[in-house]
Ligand binder design. Structure first.
Ligand code: SAH
Ligand code: SF4
Ligand code: F3S
Length: 453
C-alpha cells in the first residue's frame, strides 16, 4: 500500500541531495512524495546546524508536527510519523530522543540509508530510535537508483565531511571525516543522470576540491582529473563544483578551468574574511594575499571567471581595522555574488570559548556595510551582461505564462519568452535587462533557427 512522505530540507546543497536520496531509499517501501506535512504519513526534517539557534528551531517545528499528529488522531486518522535527519540530528542524537520522545527516528547524515529499518524498529517501542553512527559501510553503496526523474540540472555528491576544523564551524563534527567516493561510482551515477536528461552536474562536497577518489587505474584522482573524465560524457554540457576551500585549489584544478570548456566560469570560493589576524584565528590556512594571488591565477587561466564567496563578520576579536581589511579584499577581488553572515557561536567549536566576542549591534552594522558593497558588485556584474549573448540552460516554466527560466554560465536565473520545449536545451540568449535577482533576455536569432542543439 502506498504511503505519503513529506521532506522538509534546510541548509546546504548537500542536504538537498541527501533529501532526494532519502526519497529514493523510501520509495521501494511504498512512500510517494507529498507537498504538505498535513497530508503525509511520514515527515522527514533534514536539518542544518550551521548557524544560530538551529536546534531550537527544529524543536519548535517538532512541537508543531506533534500537534498536527494529535489533531489527526483525534479525528480518527492515521498516525503521523516523524524522522529527524541531517546535521542537527547528528549533533543532538540522544538529547533529541529525550527532549522530543514523540519523534520516531533520529538519523545522522551518514546513516540515512538505514531509514526503512530504523522506522520498522520503532514499532512497539516507546522511545525514538537513534542512529548517529558514522558506519564503516558507505551509505552510497546502499542507495537505490533515483526514484524521481531529474531535471536538466542535478547535484552529485563526490566527497563528504571535512578535516579542516575552521574554528567557527560544526561541519567536521556533524558530517565526520573527509571522504571521497570512488571514481567509478561517481562516473556511473553521472552517466545514469545524463541518460535521464541531465545536462548540468554540480559536484558536491563540503570540501569538494579536497577530492581524492580511488580510480580504476589504481591511483587516486584529484578533482581536476575527475572533471576531465566527466567532461567526456556525451550529452553532459556543464560541470560545476561546490564548495571549495582556497587551500585545496591546486595547479591541476586551476589549469582545468582554462582547458575544460564544460567547466563553467563561475566559482564559489569562500574566503570568510580579509584580515590575516582573523583568518589565523579562524584556522583558515592562508592569508588574504594568498587569496588575492589565487584569484589572479584563476583569472589568468580563465579570464571570464566570476567569483562568489562566503563571509563572516564579527568573529571573536575582529576589530574595525580587521573589518576594513575585509572591505578592502572585496574591493580588490570584485565578486559576482556572495553570502555574508554574522558570526554565530556554535556549541563545541573552539571559537565559542574565544575571548572578545563582538557585540551584536557591531556585527549587525558590519554586516550591513559589507552587504551594501557586495550588493553593489552583484548589481554591476548583472548590469554589465546587458546586451551580451550568454548560453542559458533552460530548466522550467517561469512564473508568468509563456515564460521559461534557465541559468546563465554564472548561475544567474534568466527569464525568456518561450515554451516548455526549451527545457533541457542550452541556447544563446541576448540579455535585455538586469533585474534585482535575475536577468531577462530573448533567444538569440541563431537559436531560433535551431542552429544550436
Ligand atoms: N565548506 C564550506 C562552507 C561550509 S558552511 C567552506 O569551507 O567554505 C557555509 C558557510 O557558513 C561558511 O562558508 C561560513 O561562511 C558560514 N558559517 C559557518 N559556520 C558559521 C558560524 N559559526 N557563524 C556564521 N557563519 C558560519
Ligand atoms: Fe567548515 Fe571550514 Fe570545513 Fe568549510 S572548511 S566545512 S568552513 S570546517
Ligand atoms: Fe548545514 Fe550540515 Fe550543510 S550544518 S550547511 S546541512 S553540512
Amino acid at each position: 500500500m502506498s504511503k505519503t512522505l513529506h521532506i522538509k530540507t534546510y541548509g546546504c546543497q548537500m542536504n538537498v541531495y541527501d533529501s532526494q536520496r532519502i526519497a529514493d531509499v523510501l520509495a521501494p517501501h511504498g512512500y510517494v512524495l507529498a507537498d504538505h506535512p498535513e497530508a503525509a504519513d511520514l515527515v522527514v526534517l533534514n536539518t542544518c546546524h550551521i548557524r544560530e539557534k538551529a536546534a531550537e528551531k527544529v524543536y519548535s517545528e517538532l512541537g508543531r508536527l506533534r500537534r498536527v499528529g494529535e489533531r489527526r488522531q483525534r479525528a480518527g486518522g492515521a498516525p503521523l510519523q516523524v524522522a529527524v535527519a541531517g546535521c542537527v540530528a547528528q549533533a543532538e542524537g540522544d538529547a533529541m530522543a529525550k527532549r522530543a520522545p514523540h519523534v520516531d527516528v533520529v538519523v545522522g547524515p551518514q546513516s540515512y540509508h538505514r531509514l526503512p529499518e530504523l522506522l520498522a524498529r520503532r514499532a512497539g517501542r516507546r522511545r525514538p530510535v537513534v542512529d548517529t553512527d558514522f558506519p564503516v559501510e558507505s551509505k552510497f553503496d546502499h542507495l537505490p537508483e533515483a526514484a524521481t526523474p531529474p531535471g536538466a540540472t542535478a547535484f552529485l555528491t563526490v566527497q563528504e565531511g571535512c578535516d579542516k576544523f575552521c574554528s567557527f564551524c560544526v561541519v567536521p563534527y556533524t558530517r565526520g571525516a573527509e571522504e571521497s567516493r570512488p571514481v567509478a561510482d561517481v562516473l556511473a551515477e553521472a552517466c545514469g543522470l545524463v541518460d535521464r536528461g541531465v545536462r548540468e552536474l554540480t559536484l558536491l562536497g563540503q570540501n569538494v576540491n579536497a577530492y581524492h577518489g580511488e580510480a580504476p587505474d589504481g591511483r587516486e584522482w584529484g578533482l581536476a582529473r575527475l572533471i576531465r573524465e566527466l567532461a567526456e560524457i556525451p550529452g553532459l554540457e556543464r560541470i560545476r563544483y561546490t564548495t571549495s576551500h582556497p587551500a585545496d585549489m591546486d595547479d591541476a584544478l586551476i589549469r582545468a578551468h582554462g582547458e575544460v570548456p564544460a567547466l563553467m566560469p563561475f566559482l564559489h570560493l569562500p574566503v570568510q574574511a580579509g584580515s590575516d589576524r582573523v583568518l589565523a584565528a579562524m584556522n583558515r590556512r592562508g592569508g588574504a594575499d594568498d587569496y588575492r594571488r589565487l584569484v589572479d591565477r584563476l583569472r589568468a587561466a580563465r579570464p571570464d571567471l566570476a567569483l562568489s564567496s562566503d563571509f563572516i563578520v564579527g568573529f571573536p576579536g575582529e576589530r574595525e581595522d580587521d573589518f576594513a581589511a575585509t572591505l578592502a579584499l572585496v574591493d580588490d577581488v570584485v565578486f559576482a555574488q556572495a553570502f555574508s553572515f554574522k558570526y554565530s557561536p556554535r556549541p563545541g567549536t573552539p571559537a565559542t570559548i574565544m575571548r572578545q566576542h563582538v557585540a551584536e549591534a557591531v556585527k549587525a552594522d558590519r554586516l550591513e556595510r559589507l552587504q551594501a558593497r557586495l550588493d553593489d558588485q552583484q548589481r554591476a556584474f548583472n548590469r554589465h551582461l546587458t546586451g551580451h549573448t550568454v548560453d542559458v540552460l533552460f530548466e522550467r516554466p517561469g512564473r508568468k505564462p509563456g515564460q521559461m527560466v534557465g541559468r546563465s554560465p554564472y548561475l544567474q536565473a534568466v527569464h525568456v519568452d518561450g515554451g516548455p520545449e526549451l527545457a533541457g536545451r542550452c541556447l544563446p540568449v541576448v540579455i535585455t535587462a538586469a533585474l534585482e535577482h535575475s536577468l531577462a533576455g530573448k533567444l538569440a536569432d541563431d537559436a531560433k533557427l535551431g542552429a544550436v542543439a
